[in-house]
Design a protein around this ligand. Structure first.
Ligand code: ADP
Length: 498
């Protein structure tokens, strides 16, 4: 077919046309060497379809098209309110197609369909509308200096933005990156993760329908070390935004030095959840469970370390384990009663099982889970896994597992809790459970993290800045803060003396 699409039927019966090409200059093309990638259904290890994989040459073609679009009057001279309308129209189209998009997301990623529909796709729409609304509210300042001079600032687009996103929230990560980039007048080359290209390719089909001029948004599926690396290193890309592992973030930072690109990184985490003696333990166990077991534990901000004060340790542990046993139904992501679907890949499943062994070898106590679930077929399922007797020096305390895998450590004083919380290379999320207001805010200040949840976990909202400190990242996404990385401030000095 002309648009390189295949007719597919998702496991829930949704029939649709799946684009499989590279989306460059508002057109679908095959990769320059015909290379393809196979995408698998993580719930049964079966092939869904194959899609074009971009080469270095394809990345170059997409960057050229983004550069041309940046300088084309159809985009650079577009009234900023009209720019906002395009973003809003894209949001409307995604909303119209939400059931198809959610089915694709669940099929390709393995996350429960209800979450894909009501959380992921809903968030995509809200995020795009939020940034669409910002398009005509981005402006410089007039700054007073001396009477003979006028000084003001202009917020120019950064230029061509490379955006490399992960597989855990494919569409939402695309929206977090596209929204602010477009609102600020940039053009984009977006690379989805090779494990989950399908929903974003479907979204790309809606881009010309929304009215975006050719080249403003380009979507290239491809391997990280080929297409991702070519984008990060490209000398005509002005900015690179990345979400993924800390290890890959470091590689991207090096590649981006080719032309001193502006970079924002949102990387790994090992976020603590602290339960103090005076906490509401029902509330704490509810959120401690959701904080690590939702989205199959594949959340960069997952509260994967639970720190529990001595006085309520036994009571909390009993409640938490009950919660995990009661809620974590693992299985078919299209089944409405499923809480936890498969992990994204066989490699991730194996990695989690490997960490179970590491934890046991280190002397931690496996309280629950730790096994794969072959009774569910060939899907990459893992039992919800809980370790106790975990100490600070253990690898299972320090290293990100990225699965339904949580470690529990005891502490006795508030200072010790803060020290343990801050005792990793990461600083992304953190949660505090206490009924003492002063303690909650005191601890929130001392924790090294980009986000703190008080008596909650995993709150994320398109209006609120999101990002990390230490090795969890550079810069902020979402909220007004998320715009900062997408414009350059130009200072204009005018001499009024004649
Ligand atoms: P994971 O290891 O869990 O797949 P990554 O952080 O490696 O997570 O992947 C996140 C994104 O980074 C994906 O889009 C992937 O293709 C991309 N990526 C991986 N390796 C590189 C690389 N060397 N250069 C650029 N992008 C990469």
């Amino acid at each position: 077919a002309l648009n390189l699409a295949v007719e597919l039927t998702a496991p829930n019966g949704v029939k649709y046309s799946q684009p499989t090409g590279l989306f460059i200059n508002n057109q679908w093309v095959a990769s320059s060497n015909g290379e393809k990638l196979t995408t698998l259904n993580p719930a049964n290890d079966q092939q869904i379809t194959s899609v074009s994989a971009a080469t270095e040459q394809d990345v170059d073609t997409a960057v050229k098209s983004a550069r041309k679009a940046l300088q084309d009057s159809s985009w650079c001279d577009l009234c900023v309110s009209e720019r906002g309308k395009l973003i809003n129209r894209l949001a409307d189209l995604i909303e119209e197609h939400r059931e198809t998009i959610a089915a694709i997301e669940t099929w390709d990623n393995g996350k429960p369909y209800t979450a894909a529909l009501n959380e992921d796709v809903a968030e995509v729409v809200q995020t795009l509308r939020y940034y669409g609304g910002f398009s005509d509210k981005i402006f410089g300042q007039v700054i007073e200096t001396t009477p003979g001079k006028l000084a003001y600032t202009i917020r120019d687009p950064v230029g061509v933005c490379g955006q490399i996103i992960p597989w855990n929230y494919p569409l939402a990560m695309a929206a977090w990156k596209l929204g602010p980039a477009l609102a600020c007048g940039n053009t984009v080359v977006l690379k989805p993760a090779e494990q989950t290209p399908l929903s974003i390719l479907y979204l790309a089909n809606l881009i010309p329908q929304a009215g975006f001029p050719p080249g403003v948004i380009n979507v290239l599926n491809g391997l990280g070390r080929v297409a991702g690396a070519a984008l990060a290193a490209h000398e005509d890309v002005d900015k690179i935004a990345f979400t993924g592992s800390t290890a890959t973030g470091k590689v991207i930072m090096k590649l981006a030095s080719s032309n001193l690109k502006s970079i924002t990184l949102e990387t790994g985490g090992k976020s603590p959840l602290i339960v103090f003696d005076d906490a509401d333990l029902d509330l704490a166990s509810y959120w401690a469970h959701a904080g690590i077991m939702s989205n199959q534990g594949q959340i960069c901000t997952a509260t994967s370390r639970i720190l529990v004060q001595d006085g309520i340790y036994d009571q909390f542990l009993a409640k938490f384990l009950d919660q995990v046993r009661a809620i974590s139904k693992v299985g078919d992501p299209f089944d409405e009663s499923t809480y936890q679907g498969p992990q994204i890949t066989k490699a991730q499943q194996e990695r989690i099982v490997e960490y179970v062994k590491i934890g046991q070898d280190e002397g931690a106590r496996l309280e629950l889970g730790g096994q794969t679930l072959p009774n569910l077929g060939n899907g990459y399922f893992v039992q919800p896994t809980v370790f106790t007797a975990v100490t600070e020096s253990m690898r299972v305390f320090q290293e990100e597992v990225f699965g339904p895998f949580v470690v529990i450590t005891r502490f006795s004083t508030e200072n010790e809790a803060v020290q343990l919380a801050n005792g990793t290379i990461y600083g992304l999320g953190s949660a505090i459970f206490t009924s003492n207001l002063a303690r909650a805010h005191r601890t929130a200040r001392k924790i090294e993290a980009g986000m703190v949840w008080i008596n909650s976990s995993q709150d994320s909202d398109w209006r609120i800045p999101f990002g990390g400190v230490k090795q969890s990242g550079i810069g902020r996404e979402l909220g007004e803060a998320g715009l900062a990385a997408y414009s350059n401030i130009k200072a204009v000095h005018v001499n009024l003396n004649s």
